[in-house]
Design a protein. Structure first.
Length: 482
């Protein structure tokens, strides 16, 4: 029996040497195919599409948190209509440090706050409207939730993001497109200029009617320009072109989750027509297969974010205190989001007191403890990043036979997302290889669960890959039931 961790590499050493020697071309974030590109060329180019530095840093955060807080917290609604009295906003014990400490204890690396939801009420004392905290009794109208949260994030080392709803049911100018775009840009400018670094800007695409049925046209290009100028390192999410909505609010990533996708980000002018021609949307099952790429003229590195609430609603409602997701539900979400090539954005809403609830705090702490307890002891041991060609196998010897029920795979996405189909097998006590899991995409991270089995070695077979697969990590665990 071998006692030291040892990785047996079949074929691949030679191949990785070759790929180091060849100066590969990579495309950052977006690539347009030449008009005469063959199907094969398109797939080759798709395999060399890579994230921007900001997208990579964002992906590595893995766990991020949403804070839905605003006038809805006090009216008990999920969507206000803009007619709410700012006097309702009075979170007597608001303590942003309590939010951030709790999120940190829960393992979250970034917090995104609803600076303004669809009702138009602003959590900072904006110069654009009186419909804000400045007109509320909270801190005698001198409070600023954004400032308090940002300071707490800085103090505890969390990154900070803002959700700013383009749809605004309070602003008089909403529906008068140019005037409202000026108004919105001013709000964005305040948020991106006055609070230090912002790491993520989150826009959804909701676009309700203005007064008298007026139709608002958002000037996405102008909004992007403001963000890139004022916060060049921020990623833009959902209607932005750095981070894609996974397509549901249930905490579920796709089985086949391509970060290199033919889906044109929603804020682009040609998005609707091209996506319609390709027959795809945010919620489509397939947004990155070969068949789709053959028909596309361009592709985007546009990775997925899984947004889901720890409670049934996005905002706090006392009657949902007993419906906080269980640890088992959160663990499922953990497997199906950041372990399926996405980033988790879990919403934990502050209550009317301006505090996170004890049940929610406890639950995210339990989740973090569960993750630490179960995923600290890698039973495979040291792994050397290795390149593997389609049809080839990578065999990793375990230091000693152990029961495992979970395997984590990672691709080196700085060289693109390439694996299209794989099989994981284990060498069992009787000396036979037994396939225990098959899958399609790996990407940044893919975690597999299967019934516990005793293994002395693990084999990854790359059944199909666009170009050589660069495997960054294989780990194995014996995970307890939550
Ligand atoms: C959506 C909103 O309509 C929901 O209220 C919630 O904020 C969700 C995260 O985004 O666009």
């Amino acid at each position: 029996m071998k006692t030291s961790f040892h990785t047996i590499i079949i074929w691949s050493l030679l191949l990785s040497l070759l790929s180091c020697a060849s100066n590969e071309t990579y495309y950052e974030k977006h690539v347009r195919f030449p008009s005469d590109a063959t199907a094969e060329q398109k797939i080759d180019m798709a395999s060399r599409l890579v994230p921007s530095q900001e997208q990579l840093a964002w992906q590595q955060l893995e766990m991020t948190a949403f804070l839905h807080f605003g006038i809805n917290t006090f009216t008990g609604r999920e969507w206000g209509d803009g007619s709410e009295d700012p006097a309702l906003f009075n979170p007597a014990n608001l303590d942003a440090e309590q939010w951030v400490r709790s999120l940190k204890d829960g393992g979250f690396k970034l917090a995104i706050i609803t600076a303004k939801h669809h009702d138009g009420f602003c959590l900072w004392p904006t110069a654009t409207t009186r419909h804000s905290v400045a007109s509320s009794p909270w801190r005698d109208g001198n409070g600023d939730v954004i400032k308090e949260l940002k300071e707490a994030c800085d103090k505890y080392g969390l990154k900070f993001g803002i959700y700013l709803s383009p749809w605004d049911q309070n602003a008089d100018c909403y529906g008068d497109s140019d005037a409202y775009n000026d108004f919105f840009v001013q709000q964005l400018t305040e948020l991106l200029s006055n609070y230090g670094e912002v790491h993520e800007v989150w826009f959804d695409g909701a676009c309700g009617e203005g007064a008298d049925g007026r139709k608002q046209t958002y000037d996405w290009a102008r909004y992007y320009e403001v963000i890139h100028r004022l916060q060049p390192n921020a990623v833009t999410a959902i209607m932005g072109d750095d981070v894609r909505w996974v397509g549901n609010e249930n905490g579920l990533g796709r089985e086949c989750e391509w970060s290199a996708t033919a889906l044109v980000p929603g804020g682009y002018e040609h998005a609707d027509s091209v996506n319609a021609t390709l027959g795809i949307s945010n919620t489509s099952h397939d947004i990155g297969s070969r068949e789709l790429i053959y028909r596309a003229n361009e592709i985007f590195w546009y990775p997925s974010e899984v947004d889901v609430s720890i409670r049934p609603g996005w905002f706090y409602h006392p009657e949902q205190d007993c419906r906080v997701k269980t640890l088992a539900q959160l663990v499922d979400i953990y497997y199906q989001s950041l372990n399926q090539n996405s980033v988790l954005l879990l919403n934990i809403p502050p209550n009317t007191d301006g505090l996170l609830c004890e049940t929610d705090i406890l639950r995210i702490k339990e989740l973090n403890e569960y993750i630490t307890r179960n995923f600290s002891n890698d039973l495979l041991g040291k792994f050397t990043p290795t390149s593997v060609k389609q049809g080839e196998e990578l065999i990793c010897q375990m230091s000693q036979p152990a029961y495992i029920n979970s395997v984590t795979l990672q691709e080196d996405i700085t060289k693109g997302q390439r694996v299209e189909s794989f099989t994981v097998s284990v060498l069992t006590r009787d000396g036979n290889w037994q396939a225990i899991a098959t899958g399609t995409t790996i990407g940044y991270k893919r975690m597999l669960r299967f019934p516990s089995i005793e293994a002395s070695a693990i084999k990854l077979t790359i059944n199909r890959s666009r170009n050589i697969a660069n495997i960054e990590r294989i780990s194995a665990y014996n995970v307890a039931k939550p």
